[in-house]
Design a protein around this ligand. Structure first.
Ligand SMILES: *Cc1c(COP(=O)(O)O)cnc(C)c1O
Length: 351
């Protein structure tokens, strides 16, 4: 953001349903994070909603390739180029992900990656990477990385110490040649889960309900009523009562998903927390990414006055999502244990 000359008085649009750092980085340089809604189909930003939040102060958009699947970069880039707005891709969870045959991180003006230990290519501490399309921009990034210094003790810009620790770089260089192998294992795990879980009554692939976000605010957020109102939500023959309690994540056509997370949507009030407790009891590490959307964070309160009713999908996702273990080393018996446990929970919830 600093390399692009963004600072106080500027607005930067990013999804509300993402990890904190996406918006924290905006606020820390004195700019205003403007939150947009997400879509159910891939948990990524909703471009229709985004276009409504652009103002003359909008300087950049930060799409997030959440959980390892690309946002709709073709439409987003067309829109941003037309408006003269910068795009910084948050590819922290998506190294190696592709959109229409191209690697993410290479669509926007800048692409950022994380090598935090929980990411697909993890160090043993903190590390990250920024890629730039433009040579003068990458020059600026190199300066900022090291206190804006060039030559030694001559400072052209106010940067910081943003250098990668050499020990992290050493480890990452050893792991990098194996990355495709790690990625393939995650993809195999995801395919296994999707195949086995979709055989269970009550569990369906999420794609079947790809749909628009609701245009009207929903007055009574009763899950059964929502199911009737929203085409992306499961409905039974009578079109009111959801017969499916879990929706599976899917890989969109034209996308190569890196499956940093395999994230279920558990439908129904309190159901997600019930399933998580059930799995935790059995020693399965289910996690919620993310339980509180950013427009509801205390530290953004002063930015968020008009968001209360307008990010319904972000709110709903935060109440439904739960990720199950997908790391490359996961054994078949561990996967089967996860699947059986979910099946047991579904059964006990539908009898
Ligand atoms: C992990 C993550 C970050 C932050 O990366 P760090 O290397 O921990 O600073 C940013 N955005 C998303 C979506 C992430 O998952």
């Amino acid at each position: 953001l600093t390399a692009l000359g963004i600072g106080p008085g500027d607005e930067v649009i990013c999804p509300s349903f993402t990890f904190f750092a996406t918006a924290g980085s905006i606020a820390r340089i004195g700019a205003v994070p403007v939150f947009c809604d997400s879509q159910f189909i891939d948990f990524n930003l909703d471009i229709d909603d985004l276009t409504r939040r652009v103002t003359p102060k909008t300087k950049a958009i930060i799409p997030v390739h959440l959980f390892g699947q690309a946002a709709r970069m073709d439409r987003l880039m067309d829109f941003a180029r037309d408006k003269g707005i910068f795009v910084i891709e948050d590819a922290a969870q998506a190294i190696g992900a592709q959109y229409q045959g191209r690697q993410v991180g290479g669509f926007g003006d800048l692409g950022v990656f994380s090598f935090y230990p929980t990411k697909n290519l993890g160090g043993f501490g903190d590390a990250g990477m920024v890629v730039a399309q433009d040579e003068s921009l990458s020059e600026k990034l190199r300066l900022l990385r090291n206190h804006g210094e060039n030559p030694k003790y001559h400072h052209l810009m106010v940067g910081g110490n943003f250098r990668m620790d050499p020990l992290q770089a050493g480890l990452l260089n050893v792991k990098l040649p194996h990355y495709q192998e790690y990625l393939q294992k995650r993809r195999n795990n995801a395919a296994y889960y999707s195949k086995e879980l979709s055989n269970i009554a009550g569990i369906e692939a999420g794609t079947q309900w790809e749909g628009e976000r609701p245009r009207e605010p929903v007055e009574n957020p009763d899950p059964l009523k929502l199911a009737a109102l929203r085409p992306d939500m499961p409905t039974s023959n009578d079109e009111r009562v959801p017969t499916h309690c879990i929706l599976l994540p899917t890989e969109k056509p034209g996308c190569l998903h890196t499956w940093n997370q395999y994230t279920l949507r558990v439908i129904g009030n309190g159901k997600r927390d019930s399933l998580k407790a059930f799995l935790t009891e059995r020693g399965i590490g289910a996690e919620i990414y993310y339980p509180v959307p950013l427009h509801r964070q205390k530290c953004f309160e002063h930015f968020c006055v008009d968001y209360r009713e307008s990010l319904p999908v972000a709110d709903e996702l935060a109440s439904q999502v739960m990720s199950i273990p997908i790391f490359p080393e996961l054994t078949v018996s561990s996967k089967d244990q996860v699947i059986e446990s979910i099946q047991d929970w579904v059964k006990s919830n539908h009898e």
